[in-house]
Design a protein around this ligand. Structure first.
Ligand SMILES: [Zn+2]
Ligand SMILES: [Zn+2]
Length: 169
């Protein structure tokens, strides 16, 4: 597997499915075809994905978050394994580039990262704007992590800022 500028530890953080690869027929490390910009593909293995056989659909909305060298960065993101989103692709931006996806965090990860601080407040402080806008009661969202809510965590490689996107089933 390649090393990706925008995706940390593919083996651990990507979601693999059991289906056979649409291109080579193998079933090792297959990504779900739902994320690709071609129709009628069930699954593509990491080895075919690394060869550029298919690319991930990147909406104009995601692209519009970048200011400089948009096409170059979007092209790179489209050849980055997809975050296993429950809902729409909501890849985060910082310092005018796509952030590094570092995986899904559980409550325990936020508690560890918060150190002596209040973990719920720490968690709230990391939320991306669109998640924040949807929060009625932060404690409810917090208690739902690991149940119906997934917390996707991104890190900026330039300034180390962390942003969290929450999506719920
Ligand atoms: Zn394949
Ligand atoms: Zn940054």
């Amino acid at each position: 597997m390649n090393n990706y500028e925008y995706f940390d530890n593919v083996k651990k953080n990507a979601a693999f499915i059991e289906d056979k690869c649409h291109i080579c027929g193998k079933s090792d490390n297959c990504l779900d075809g739902v994320y690709f910009d071609q129709e009628g593909i069930n699954a593509v293995c990491m080895s075919c994905f690394d060869k550029g056989a298919v690319s991930v659909y990147i909406s104009g909305y995601i692209k519009s978050r970048v200011i400089n060298n948009v096409e170059e960065k979007a092209e790179k993101l489209s050849h980055t394994p997809p975050v296993p989103w429950i809902q729409n692709n909501d890849w985060q931006i910082c310092c005018d580039d796509f952030m590094l996806y570092i995986g899904e965090w559980e409550q325990s990860d936020f508690i560890n990262a918060a150190g002596d601080g209040n973990a719920v407040e720490f968690f709230y402080g990391l939320l991306c704007d669109s998640t924040k806008a949807k929060v009625d009661d932060i404690n409810v969202l917090w208690e739902d992590i690991g149940y119906d809510t997934v917390a996707y965590v991104f890190k900026c490689k330039k300034c180390n800022r962390i942003k969290v996107v929450c999506q719920s089933y």
